[in-house]
Design a protein around this ligand. Structure first.
Ligand code: PMP
Ligand code: GLN
Length: 387
């Protein structure tokens, strides 16, 4: 038979985590915390199970959780999503992305996305029969050490066949954020083209240096044309729970739900009940940026004692480092070598490009995850100092 996804293998995150395990390496590759969620949240899950929340919840999610999400989004970004009709609890951000792409992208539709990009977007576009149109970020320069969004090129990539623009800020893997002026750019694009935006805001609560997350929900004209997606795995250090959500106007949400109900139908009930209660206290998500900023700084400063050169990270729990003073291997080979020979697992940034092996996708960069205990980061840096 003919594969529907001939170019897809096992994801880089699974491959690199397995390699790290096999070689007893410290895993700074795949993005997950090496510490437990808050015990209060764990107790709430256990209580919910004992209280009998163990059967199917409603298809779109537990009402109390949808209300809590609606309240949070309204408080932080000022937009009201109706919890009955405009919020859907999904099996991680991943399922929200897949359900949205399958719901809106038709055969032959073009989907513009920013390269480097998270690895689930392109296979989802292909399954929908769509055509991915990657637009590169502007690379850093000596004067401007961060990647930048090239709005001119994004605008140029949009035409009458374009169905959707996918964005992801805070950005995995580069750690750049949207600024207010970027929301202005997006508003102009939506005004001129009426394009639908899929905004992957999985790292919405991890933004550094006093900046605020620029959710599309801050602008009514964007919220009216967007699906905004988030991940409780990132926010509450529980990536294995696989719970996230999609916010979108009712006409869009009802299409997303048509897919959602036949992909998973609904999402684990005790976790949803626990999250609904836990969300009443904003302190955990409001404090997350400060918590991770310390870890970012620890890794950034520590890497200065190595031959790897860290790049600034404005958000997410990742930073990129340039290894060109150490090796001229392509990124995938370098990541493998660092894991097997020096005991530190990382992710090659080339995995976030359409053609990972092409020369133009290899810039001598590795992605490091700092969602780790300080001891883990220190032990990794000791190993890296010897590289
Ligand atoms: N989008 C981005 C940008 C991510 O980095 C991730 C995973 N870390 C996801 C989506 C998927 O999130 P989830 O685990 O909630 O499915
Ligand atoms: N999003 C996580 C990362 O970027 C990995 C998620 C996964 O393994 N699919 O590392």
């Amino acid at each position: 038979f003919q594969s529907k996804l001939p170019d897809v293998g096992t994801t880089i995150f699974t491959i690199m985590s397995q390699l790290a395990t096999d070689h007893k390496a410290i895993n700074l590759g795949q993005g997950f915390p090496d510490f437990n969620p808050d015990t209060e949240l764990l107790d709430l899950v256990s209580n919910a199970m004992h209280q009998g929340h163990n059967q199917y919840p409603p298809m779109a999610g537990v009402p109390a959780l949808r209300e809590a999400i609606s309240g949070k989004v309204q408080a932080l970004y000022g937009h009201h999503y109706d919890s009955n009709t405009e919020i859907t609890v999904t099996s991680g951000a991943t399922e929200g992305l897949m359900a949205s792409i399958l719901a809106f992208v038709r055969s032959g539709d073009e989907v513009v996305l920013i390269e480097p990009f998270y690895d689930s977007y392109i296979p989802a576009i292909h399954l929908a029969g769509g055509i991915p149109v990657p637009v590169p970020l502007q690379a850093p320069t000596a004067e401007r050490p961060c990647y930048q969004i090239d709005w001119e090129r994004i605008r140029g990539a949009i035409n009458s066949k374009t169905r959707m623009l996918i964005i992801n800020f805070p950005h995995n893997p580069t750690g750049i954020n949207l600024r207010e002026s970027d929301l202005d750019e997006l508003e102009r694009i939506v005004d001129e083209t009426g394009i639908l935006i899929l905004s992957d805001e999985a790292y919405e609560h991890i933004v550094f240096d006093g900046h605020q997350h620029q959710s599309l929900a801050r602008r009514p004209a964007l919220a009216a044309n967007a699906v905004v997606i988030s991940s409780f795995g990132k926010t509450y250090s529980a990536t294995g729970w696989k719970i996230g959500y999609c916010c979108a106007p009712v006409a869009l949400s009802s299409e997303i739900r048509k897919v959602h109900q036949f992909v998973v139908f609904t999402v684990s009930s005790p976790m949803q009940v626990a999250l609904a209660t836990y969300m009443q206290n904003p302190a955990p998500y409001l404090g997350l940026s400060a918590f991770y900023q310390k870890k970012r700084d620890r890794l950034f400063e520590g890497l200065k004692n190595t031959r790897l050169v860290p790049m600034p990270s404005q958000g997410t729990f990742f930073l990129l480092a340039d290894y060109s003073a150490v090796s001229d291997l392509p990124e995938a080979e370098f990541a493998r070598w660092l894991t097997t020979e020096h005991g530190v697992g990382v992710i090659p940034v080339s995995a976030f490009y359409r053609n990972p092996h092409a020369a133009e996708s290899n810039h001598g960069l590795a992605r490091f995850c700092f969602a780790k205990r300080d001891e883990t980061l220190d032990a990794a840096m000791e190993r890296l100092a010897a590289v």
